[in-house]
Unconditional design. Structure first.
Length: 271
């Protein structure tokens, strides 16, 4: 005859309460955030009263912005086409260059720590410079137009693709590469035959992501003279024609959504 067991011995322990610790963390974060808004101790100065004092100006512009003048739309088509061309060309050349750079930046595909470290440092430097800074410098170097915009997008895409794909290669399992080394293959042969085919989905995903970003960014680069719809946007903003600005913003929104839907479709088919 079985003896009854004591269910209390098998009861799960109570989950420790962390309300006090959570509250202290939230209070500390809130206090630190508030301290950054105090100019007396080196924080930034936030003039919330300016929102009230300038509300009349803002409300007038908002009314214009909410009444887009769609008769201005035909004038935006050519600059928008230039923006799309800049985004595509920048992404295409970045895709070509990113393949060897990524293989040299990942530890499994480049065992040489010195060259890998130099390349990663260069990529980090490229990523640390904002795209508008690139565009401003390149406009001063090569002049106003689409070329500085394309070069800016190229550098921007290189930093993103090489960084993300090389880190993904570092974190993946590379048993097939060990088999290649055991078979006597050189690093170049192993990269070409094993590592690169395994990495194509990663590259495709990041290339499509870079193309999406290019459309958004190239619409802004024109503000500093790098071509595209941004130049027209800055022109109409300078004349306070916010009804035309609203049309441009809506057009950018539609194009970005369409590009994203198209890239998601390709990503499902390719990745």
């Amino acid at each position: 005859m079985s003896t009854p067991t004591n269910t209390a011995e098998y009861a799960l322990p109570h989950k420790p309460r962390t309300r006090v610790r959570t509250a202290l963390i939230v209070l500390a974060f809130a206090a630190f955030t508030a301290a950054t808004c105090l100019p007396a101790i080196g924080g930034i100065e936030l003039d919330f009263g300016a929102l009230i004092r300038n509300w009349d100006n803002g409300s007038d512009l908002l009314v214009q912005f909410l009444h887009p003048d769609f008769s201005f739309l035909p004038r935006t088509l050519q600059p928008m086409l230039e923006t799309l061309q800049m985004a595509l060309v920048g992404a295409f050349f970045a895709a070509l260059v990113s393949v060897p750079l990524t293989l040299w930046a990942a530890a499994p595909t480049n065992p040489n720590g010195a060259t890998r470290g130099i390349l990663r440092a260069g990529i980090n430097i490229i990523r640390s410079v904002p795209d508008l800074v690139y565009a401003t410098i390149l406009v001063a170097m090569v002049g106003v137009g689409a070329l500085p915009g394309v070069l800016t997008l190229f550098l921007f895409d290189i930093g993103i693709v090489v960084k993300l794909v090389s880190e993904a290669i570092d974190s993946a399992d590379h048993g097939y590469m060990e088999a290649g080394h055991a078979a006597g293959g050189t690093q170049t042969q192993i990269n070409r035959v094993t590592a690169l085919p395994q990495s194509w989905p990663l590259f495709a995903n990041q290339w499509l992501y870079a193309l999406e970003l290019n459309v958004r960014i190239s619409a802004i680069l024109g503000i500093v003279g790098a071509g595209g719809i941004g130049r027209l946007l800055d022109e109409r903003r300078a004349f306070y024609a916010y009804d035309d600005v609203a049309v441009i913003v809506l057009e950018i929104l539609v194009v970005v959504v369409l590009i994203e839907l198209f890239s998601n479709y390709l990503r499902r088919r390719l990745v």
